[in-house]
Design a protein around this ligand. Sequence first.
Ligand SMILES: Cc1cc2nc3c(=O)[nH]c(=O)nc-3n(C[C@H](O)[C@H](O)[C@H](O)COP(=O)(O)OP(=O)(O)OC[C@H]3O[C@@H](n4cnc5c(N)ncnc54)[C@H](O)[C@@H]3O)c2cc1C
Length: 544
Amino acid sequence: MCAGGRCLHRACDRIIREGTVDVSFAPGLSPVSDRTFDVVIVGAGSAGSVIAARASEDPGRSVLLLEAGPDYPSLAETPFDLVNSHNNSYTDHDWGFSYQPTAAGRGAPFPRGRVTGGSSAVNTTIALRGMPEDYDGWAERGNPEWAWEKVLPAFKRLERDLDFGDRDYHGDAGPISIRRYRTDEMTQVHQAWLETARNLGYPDCPDANDPASWGAGPHPMNKLGRVRVSTAVGYLAPARIRPNLTIQANTTVRRLVIAKGRVAEIELEREGQIETITAKLFVLSAGSIMSPAILMRSGVGPREELERHGIEVLRDVPGVGTRLSDHPALAVVCRVKDPSLLDADQPIVQTILRYTAPESEFRNDLQIEAFSFSPRGGPLNTFAVAAVLEHAHGTGTLRLSSADPAASPIIEQRFCEDERDLRRLVACLRDTLDFTKAQPLAGMIAEQLFPDPRRAVSDESLGDLAQRLSASGFHPCATAPMGPQTDPLAVVDQFGRCHAVDGLVVADASIMPSVPRANTNLTSIMIGEMVGEWIRTRAGEYGL
Ligand SMILES: Cc1cc2nc3c(=O)[nH]c(=O)nc-3n(C[C@H](O)[C@H](O)[C@H](O)COP(=O)(O)OP(=O)(O)OC[C@H]3O[C@@H](n4cnc5c(N)ncnc54)[C@H](O)[C@@H]3O)c2cc1C
């Protein structure tokens, strides 16, 4: 509809007639490589889609959003695995990465969304904010714009909280709808789990996003019925009609071409052809695995790592990929007495316990979470309760396996090597095991399959399990962290601008200085809100 002079929208017609937008930006006219854009965003995920939507609110600003995966312009055209928020989509729109969670453990798949909406289009739709102290901690590391009081307006702006929208710490008119399951909508496992939490002495927590809260209650979730409200649904759908926004899918960015310390163009691949595009500003929002990989392939990264692959070192930036931060987790798996209690068509999660480890200085540094059924298929007679460390000290690494843009990076998490992390995850695992022994949950369980109840009872044996078998919550971040120039590992400044290269912003989960105490989607969207608004309202500071 919005194809330049052929567009029938009254608003577009007016914009075009008034000459605020060059009609050559309108989609469908010519290959993007023949055109020039103000802003080119790489990756249409949780952050990138938001930046595209916010930056293109200015009708005079031409914005190109590039995505390696496919694009489904309407919900009616969107495949079921992306619509269905009851379970994750692991294969049809995935990058096929794998990772090494612990030094002693085995490699495993590491899912990442490859489609407009990115990982927000394939994920579990848990919509949890970090603790205020997480963002204040980022501010204390030299990023004052990210203090809690500064990011709260962005968290409010992004959401339409259908349960608590009237509270002063919530929003009720944003693109991402959030609600919580009522108890009568919960599966029997989740109802029993909540009742068990109460019996174990944990307080009820009706809103886990209340900044002062802790305890057990329903998960805040960005879904409407079964529909997953990804950033493609919440942000891109209403922005698509803008003639100054072009969304080009099935286009993989290979590398940035840097000349005289500035990104001159980017090299991309579409339908087997390699093309280049120029712009005034490039924004890398390819996620915390691919953004650092693109930087390194472009000659920006730790010298040793680049030289290992024969990549010319244009800028030696030691912080690219060297401070990977994530949430280690380990689940207790139980076989139920009555398999008819479990239904793989029901939502995989509904409830959450946020609480603090004994003697910990970090509020709500632990989570316990019940899974309605085994997440990756198999016989439908087990459910799981996961212990998750939300505030991890240990870090891992992200490195290139080769200079080839098609090669998967090497992801090594090194979970539980830090003694403080190990101690708290073991404490959380012990608390999780208590759930399986207390009523009413215990009454549903035929046997505990993992950990083997005959062997894993001492702290030492639980620690051994954690060091071998803990796995990722799929919340990688901090692979291109923000910080002042005085921070030797900072890759971008607090506005997302790359320290080492002009004309380049990185804005996605990779710029978080450390993992917040929450699942990372809402924080990634918040990053998109912050940087997108700055590009729109402080364009001069981005060279626009
Ligand atoms: C299975 C799963 C379940 C999860 N569950 C939850 C949850 O319930 N709640 C929660 O808070 N968090 C969850 N997460 C984590 C959360 O979704 C991510 O932290 C968040 O989406 C990260 O946002 P991002 O913008 O950094 O990256 P992404 O959303 O991953 O976006 C990156 C985008 O860039 C594109 N891209 C990458 N490389 C290129 C390239 N070279 N050229 C062009 N495009 C490229 C990708 O295809 C993708 O669309 C989950 C993640 C997964 C994978």
